[in-house]
Design a protein around this ligand. Structure first.
Ligand code: FAD
Length: 455
């Protein structure tokens, strides 16, 4: 039989995949290649948009036959972490069409399709009084977050979200659809829990849900002119805060934007927010020293647990952001002073301290390549780059904000917060790196999968 395939890889994809694939000459290409982080100008050889696991199998096989690599992407919240990778020979597999969640109340678990976001899980779980170890944004995907660690507002008591993954279904480099769990393909299960997209396209995950219908959560907000009082008080408070409390502190600088509520628009603020897994009375006692600082706003109260995803006020819409982070072992007075200084650097949108430690630092029994994270605090700097000319200065300012914390840094990074900028992702894998690289050679010997935070 005569082959109708052309030698042009893109045309090969078109002939094999038809409308499942969008090519650079197609009118839809610019929309299809756009990630959530619009500071990233990703230009893959093609964008494939599967709607089923079988579509993903066909896409991976066609890409391999065309000599192209494959980059899975669910939302593009982590697109900056992929931006150092040349995508000109890659099919970007955009999983936006592969969403859906089925809750199993009996086993307190959910089956989540590969492109699903946390909002999907919460909508399905909340009616049963269940929730999950989601992060601060409901728009982040379950796969991209949980398989790279996942730091939730429950992390100090419940540990990293990656430890709540029971099984995954992955399309591997040879184009087969395999299930990996503690009992099936255990090496792949170990590797993907940390190695994420380096090992294949995850088409579904099974995750634990928690019986938690409501939670004591919210935020305290002050004008940034109070930062010199609030930041040291928070640092002191965290030294005795129990593992049931997971909180963050941010100094934030909002431009005057009419769409923002008046308490944010054009304002410089200090915000403490988070969740406390205690009774109302115990949580009230715990927050008393912070409330004594007389915040301008105090929303801490018992809320439906699905509402926790709104507490951090992450932007739902695509946003052009550059970030940098470091893990800190402690927060002595000198580090607090450095935080106050760095948070006022012109161009910083916000500087954040996420209080970690506790269960986040304890490796899970039967855990995967990543199951814990060293450090008591995650320091996170974010700058906005709404126009291309702002990219370099925004990148420079987030690096500068983090650089001054070298004396308190521990030798670790949180994979989910690695966001490009020349950072070596190896630092996020620690002692697992060698075995991960061996397994990468076994499961993907030709290096077909291009992923954020590549192993
Ligand atoms: C506003 C905002 C809030 C955030 N909040 C938190 C937080 O509270 N806690 C926290 O820990 N992190 C947080 N993050 C970081 C976020 O968890 C990571 O960037 C995460 O990797 C994003 O996953 P994604 O799939 O949505 O992004 P994408 O850019 O789509 O994916 C990132 C990478 O994940 C892999 N991936 C995604 N989907 C699949 C799949 N189906 N199969 C195989 N590989 C896949 C790929 O390697 C891809 O390159 C936040 C990020 C943003 C922008």
């Amino acid at each position: 039989m005569t082959s109708h395939l052309t030698t042009d890889p893109a045309q090969t994809l078109r002939e094999r995949l038809g409308d499942l694939v969008v090519l650079p000459d197609d009118a839809e290409y610019d929309q299809a290649r756009m990630p959530w982080n619009t500071a990233v100008d990703q230009r893959p050889a093609a964008v494939a948009r599967p709607e089923s696991a079988e579509d993903v199998v066909q896409i991976v096989r066609a890409a391999v036959d065309a000599g192209l690599r494959i980059a899975p992407q669910s939302t593009g919240h982590g697109a900056a972490a992929l931006a150092d990778t040349d995508l000109s020979d890659c099919v970007l597999v955009s999983l936006v069409g592969l969403r859906g969640v089925t809750v199993d109340v009996g086993t307190r678990s959910a089956r989540v399709l590969g492109g699903s976001v946390w909002d999907d899980v919460l909508a399905a779980a909340a009616p049963h009084g269940l929730t999950a170890l989601h992060g601060s944004s409901g728009g982040v995907s379950v796969a991209g977050y949980a398989l790279s660690g996942g730091l939730s507002f429950y992390v100090r008591e419940k540990g990293l979200a990656v430890n709540s993954v029971r099984a995954v279904q992955v399309v591997t480099a040879d184009g087969s659809l395999v299930r990996a769990s503690a009992d099936e393909n255990p090496d792949l299960f170990w590797a993907v829990r940390g190695g994420a997209g380096s090992f294949g396209v995850v088409v579904s995950l099974e995750i634990d849900l928690m019986p938690l219908a409501d939670v004591y959560a919210g935020m305290l907000l002050w004008d940034a002119s109070r930062a010199a009082e609030v930041v040291p008080a928070y640092a002191a408070w965290t030294t005795t805060a129990p593992e049931s409390a997971t909180t963050t502190l941010r100094v934030m600088h909002f431009p005057p934007i009419p769409d923002l509520p008046p308490f944010l628009s054009g304002r410089d603020l200090v915000v403490i927010d988070g969740a406390i897994l205690e009774s109302d009375a115990a949580a009230t006692d715990l927050l008393a020293p912070l409330r004594a600082l007389d915040p301008e706003m105090d929303t801490f109260a018992r809320i439906p647990s699905a509402g926790l995803v709104a507490v951090h006020m992450d932007p739902p819409d695509p946003t052009p952001a550059l970030t940098a982070h470091a893990m800190l072992g402690s927060l002595p007075d000198e580090a607090v002073a450095a935080f106050l200084e760095a948070s006022a650097l012109p161009g910083v949108f916000f500087l954040e301290l996420r209080h970690l430690g506790g269960a986040a630092t304890r490796p899970a029994e039967g855990g995967g390549a990543v199951s814990a994270l060293d450090g008591e605090f995650l320091l996170h700097a974010v700058a906005l780059a709404p126009v291309p000319e702002a990219l370099a200065p925004a990148g420079a300012v987030v690096q500068a904000a983090v650089a001054s914390f070298a004396p308190w840094q521990v030798d670790a990074l949180a994979l989910t917060f690695i966001d490009g900028g020349g950072v070596d992702p190896a630092q996020g894998y620690g002692a697992s790196l060698d075995r991960l690289r061996e397994l990468k050679l076994r499961f993907d010997p030709e290096g077909r999968f291009a992923a954020a935070r590549a192993v």
